[in-house]
Design a protein around this ligand. Sequence first.
Ligand code: PLP
Length: 389
Amino acid sequence: MQERFLLMIPGPIDFDPAVLRAMSAKTLSHMSVEFAEIFGRALENLRKVFLTEKGQPFVVAGSGTLAMDMAVANLVEPGERVLVLSGGFFGDRMADIARRYQAEVVVVKAPIGEVPSLEEAEKHLKQGGFKAITATHVDTSTGVAVDVKAVGELAQKYGALSIIDGVCATAGMEFRQDEWGIDVYLTASQKAIGVPPGLALLVVSQRAMEAYRKRRSPVLNYYGDFGLWLPVMEAYEARKVAYFATPAVNLIYALDVSLQQILAEGMENRFARHRLLAKAFQAGIDAIGLKQVPLREEIRAWTLTCAYYPDGIGPELLKAIKAEGVVVAAGLHPEIKDKYFRVGHMGTLTPGDVLTTLGAIERALASLGYRFEKGAGVKAAQEILCLTP
Ligand SMILES: *Cc1c(COP(=O)(O)O)cnc(C)c1O
């Protein structure tokens, strides 16, 4: 396979060469002071990326689904009520996880391309008794972004814990854990965090850690139990070592490098870059004449674009785009799977990547006989990219 191509899917993304090089360094003992320094720094920096002072970070070998699993398993006990705001594929997965742990699950489901209704959510919350509310920051199956701040306010108003799946959003979309009062924000390494797949990342508020300590029943997931990981995370942050299960040493080297890069850019700059590049890319998609899945411009994600295929063209478009040197993703939402495609734009993304991708999409569409003004997408994006100093 050709090695030089652009990987524009919602994770794994194109990783920075320095991050990839970090993975090839000699594997240290996980019980060494040298590794404690690296892991400890990564834990501190994770807190800074999530914009929290006192949140408790957990970095565990596994994928984003493990992070979802851990959040629910640790904070919800059998018989407790959970309100799941679902915009599609991963919201439905969160509901499945909560049911697996024997929670009583109420789902507020969004129509395709919309956000779940907060009014409907509040109607349920008014009945009382909800332990937690979950939401997906960016729905990976529709490209819709939820107002996480508003979800946090709702959770606090009704005394529920807020659990936000940030897997397709963290370190790309604006997020302020302390200011917005979010109890659990979780993600995976391979998306905007910019590290190859294999790490589940969560930061848990002190309020949620208190709720964990007050549990009456044991956590029904052994590997994911906060209580077994907490002494390990605390030890490494204090530059000491502790063992529960072997950490993914080389992935943590990569995480350390990537988090330092993210903080060197600065969170405000990073949010602004993702917003700008998304705006440029999405203006390009509009100009080409493709309809986007999100029904309103204000709810389009900054990390992902989902667009319908034009009439007469289907998933063969993916192959044609690939032939132009850019890899994009197929549909994911079960109800519209074969009608649209997805483009991830997060992490190391540059203005050049936006133009390259739009150019590849234009050439691919032209090769399949779609009629449009050639260059319209690239031009619309340039209009936005050239406005910045
Ligand atoms: C990718 C993704 C997941 C699942 O992550 P895995 O690493 O594939 O387990 C969960 N939620 C969202 C929003 C995602 O985008």
